[in-house]
Ligand binder design. Structure first.
Ligand code: ACO
Length: 312
């Protein structure tokens, strides 16, 4: 049985009225949001690492500038999302500590390596492309600060997606055979992990039913995965590439692409910390915090000195 507060809360949700930071909300709604927004923020921050790997090796100055701009956008998304999370009463340092000690999740996709320059195109096109499909509906999520954060994030993600696709199109149209092979190789490695970004199948997704009722999520994991495949395959064909799925086929009756079975064992192994780069990613984050400690200490010492001078 819902109490009067919870009933009023659900009525607001049903009427598409946003929930704001100071409004009453059930504890479990708050907890679910802190979980999802913190995981999302961690994903943006860890997501900088596979791309950071290529900044010093970008083929031209223009490509280097684009890549740096994209990585900076992702840092911004992470900080923006941590702020949205703080409006729910969560502590940023505590949540980041959970990430660094391996107790918090972040998107599985960032535990795969980026092995050649075409990966920078494929990450932009597929990974940011999947992120957009997931995040465009989150602009209508029921929690106000999260939904507003998503508006700006989606604008930037769509620039990322296009610049990634343009890298691949350029390599396919103007590259030598070895460069075209790099594009196909990047797609072969990143295709299935990109599909896994949408989360487990609906039947195996413990959080979906409640999150849909609260309109934190607006579509199921499988719906969004299908939408991503349907909109990506025509782009793949324009590139002149293929995906490593022999079962991929347009289904006239359904009006959607059919596709093969996802290797869920691999997905759950990555979630447990056993993906190809999980340990390296967390170690890099921990080192970054450690290496920056002297800067934070110096800033505090400077602020204290200033304060004393002013008091004197
Ligand atoms: N990688 C890591 N963990 C995942 C993934 C994934 N690809 N997909 C699902 N999970 C986790 C969920 O976080 C959940 O974990 P928890 O309950 O232990 O906290 C568990 O697997 C079960 O999945 P669901 O019940 O389906 O979880 P949920 O309802 O949260 O749906 C989803 C998962 C779709 C990712 C949702 O959280 C979401 O939309 N998040 C916001 C978008 C986001 O985080 N994007 C990050 C990648 S995009 C980018 O950063 C560029």
């Amino acid at each position: 049985e819902m109490g009067p507060e919870e009933k009023a809360f659900q009525e607001k949700i049903d009427a598409e009225i946003k929930i704001e930071a100071k409004n009453w909300m059930p504890d479990s709604y708050r907890k679910t949001l802190i979980r999802q927004i913190s995981q999302h923020a961690h994903s943006e921050i860890v997501g900088m690492l596979p791309e950071g790997n290529w900044v010093t090796r970008a083929p031209t100055l223009k490509r280097k500038l684009q890549l740096m701009a994209k990585i900076q956008d992702e840092a911004g998304h992470g900080l923006y999302l941590y702020s949205a999370m703080e409006t729910l009463g969560a502590d940023r340092d505590e949540e980041i500590e959970k990430l660094h000690s391996g107790r918090a999740k972040y998107s599985s996709i960032f535990n795969y390596p980026t092995l050649n320059w075409a990966d920078m195109g494929a990450v932009g096109w597929l990974v940011d492309g999947a992120a957009i499909v997931n995040q465009v509906p989150l602009q209508r999520t029921s929690y106000g600060p999260y939904s507003r954060a998503m508006i700006r994030v989606c604008k930037e993600e769509s620039f990322h997606q296009r610049q990634g696709y343009e890298i691949l199109l350029h390599m396919m149209r103007h590259g030598i055979q070895a460069q075209k092979d790099m594009v196909q190789d990047a797609i072969n490695r990143l295709w299935w992990p990109s599909l896994m970004m949408f989360g487990p199948s609906d039947a195996e997704s413990p959080n979906s039913a409640q999150s849909l009722a609260w309109k934190i999520k607006r579509h199921t994991n499988d719906e969004l995965r299908q939408r991503f495949i349907d909109q990506t395959i025509p782009q793949l064909e324009l590139l002149g590439c293929t995906v490593p799925d022999p079962d991929l086929k347009w289904n006239e009756e359904r009006g959607h692409y059919d596709f093969g079975e996802i290797q869920w064992e691999e997905f759950y192994e990555v979630l447990k910390g056993n993906g190809p780069c999980n340990r390296e990613r967390l170690e890099t984050r921990r080192n970054a915090i450690q290496d920056g400690a002297w800067v934070r200490e110096a800033a505090v010492a400077h602020a204290n000195k200033k304060q004393k001078q002013q008091a004197a």
